[in-house]
Design a protein around this ligand. Structure first.
Ligand code: ZN
Length: 431
């Protein structure tokens, strides 16, 4: 690999810890906040009055975090350099009346979240995580990281055509995890969760719980040049963005724009929520930051007009067994550096001017980059980039990292790419 000389495995080691510690969006934003706190950032409440002083701040709302660093000397019309990402991943989420089962099996009723690759959840050891809301209105994180649940696949003897005709899974009938034997009892799961959280069961008034694979991330390949792990789409970008913002805030480099990290929830189902990219959260935070520095609506308009967002999300690396599904002239490879995503029908927001911004950041960082575009007869995915561009009128560039097995319970990426992405993002924030 051409980048081996510069490659720092420490960044990827840290990403692997971040992935393992972030089974839910709520954990992801808490872990991002913890890293930013170490870089001097402080949380501000949306319900408080904000001041315009310099320094690092962040807002947490559910599974979303917006963090920004106001450099010394920033004026009310100073533009923003934003890194966009999302914290959620496709998975199985606990239904409102979770305790179910049949024929002596205890099971948990789940709803499918996002575009889950269902088969990848079969026969895995699954844990449980998320948040519970208590009687006093406060929330608490829950993380049961042991083999607790399993969605058992039907034996081949009872599904003779599965290998010739393909596996057919019904979301309602076939994806219900088992979690033990015995009588189904109402309130059983919440009693267990209360015990794990150390609170009385009657104190739990609400929950947002989901399941995750308990297998930790691992290096893979002859030379350990790949990483296998969960939720790289898109915690890989959240982690890189957090590292880049912390670096920009602490490096002492002169900043002509205000660096921002915006990591949203609910990308996997369309972003329309109060914590999603299609909600007002980012715009409200940026506006309040302008007004807190004494700005007028004119200053806000000038700041937004000069703002650029690099929206980072995973894309598809060329699959060696299905290379016909990919555009033959564009073949992003793991460890080839971050990808620039283009779709002229605005599934991605990148245009030629955005390409120039991204290429310049990569050049300053000494990072190689690659182009991604879809095969014309394949559907193209989308992400928060076009939503951010349309909702806030902010110039946006879609970028990311090429992975395999997107939306699987265990995805695969190059071990060097997270590091290369973080460096390109830092150069962008510091430009
Ligand atoms: Zn994604």
């Amino acid at each position: 690999m051409t980048n081996s000389a510069r490659f720092d495995r420490g960044h990827t080691d840290d990403l692997m810890s971040f992935l393992a510690a972030s089974p839910s969006p709520y954990h992801a934003v808490a872990n991002a906040a913890e890293r930013l706190e170490k870089a001097g950032f402080r949380q501000v409440a949306e319900t408080d009055e904000w001041d315009g002083r310099s320094g690092g701040r962040y807002v947490l709302r559910g599974g979303a975090i917006i963090a920004w660093y106001v450099p010394e000397g920033a004026g009310p019309a100073t533009p923003f350099h934003i890194i966009g990402a999302h914290t959620d991943s496709p998975n199985l989420r606990v239904k409102p009346i979770p305790d179910t089962g049949t024929r002596g099996w205890r099971q948990i009723a789940v709803e499918i979240y996002g575009g889950t690759l269902l088969n990848t959840w079969l026969d895995r050891d699954l844990g449980l995580s998320g948040r519970i809301t208590l009687a006093d209105g406060s929330s608490r994180l829950v993380h049961v990281d042991r083999a607790l649940l399993r969605v058992p696949q039907l034996a081949v003897h009872l599904d003779r055509s599965v290998n010739s005709e393909g596996l057919k899974l019904d979301k309602q009938r076939h994806m219900t995890p088992i979690w033990g034997l015995g009588e189904v009892a109402e309130g059983d799961l919440m009693a267990f969760v209360a015990e794990e959280a150390g609170v009385p069961a009657e104190d739990i008034k609400g929950w947002d719980l989901m399941v995750h694979s308990v297998e930790p991330p691992a290096y893979l390949g002859r030379d350990r040049e790949l990483v296998a792990g969960p939720r790289m789409d898109n915690l890989l970008s959240v982690h890189a963005g957090t590292a880049a913002l912390a670096a920009a805030a602490t490096s002492g480099a002169p900043l002509t724009a205000i660096p921002v990290l915006a990591a949203f929830d609910h990308e996997e189902n369309g972003s329309q929520s109060d914590t999603g990219a299609d909600g007002p959260l980012l715009g409200t935070v940026l506006e309040r930051s302008v007004f807190a520095r004494g700005g007028t609506y004119e200053d806000r308009a000038r700041a937004f007009a000069g703002t650029v967002c690099l929206s980072s999300d995973t894309g598809h690396a060329v699959h060696p067994n299905y290379s016909d599904r990919h555009e033959p002239g564009h073949h992003p490879m793991p460890n080839g550096g971050p990808i620039l995503k283009v779709n002229v029908n605005q599934r991605y927001a990148t245009d030629g001017t955005g390409r120039a911004v991204f290429a310049a950041a990569c050049e300053r960082a000494g990072v190689p980059w690659q182009s991604f575009v879809s095969h014309n007869s394949m559907p193209c995915g989308t992400t928060i980039g076009p939503i951010t561009a349309a909702r806030h009128g902010i110039r946006t560039v879609d970028i990311g990292v090429a992975i395999l097995s997107m939306h699987s319970a265990r995805e695969l990426c190059g071990a060097e790419d997270p590091y290369l992405l973080a460096h390109a993002l830092t150069a962008f924030l510091e430009s």
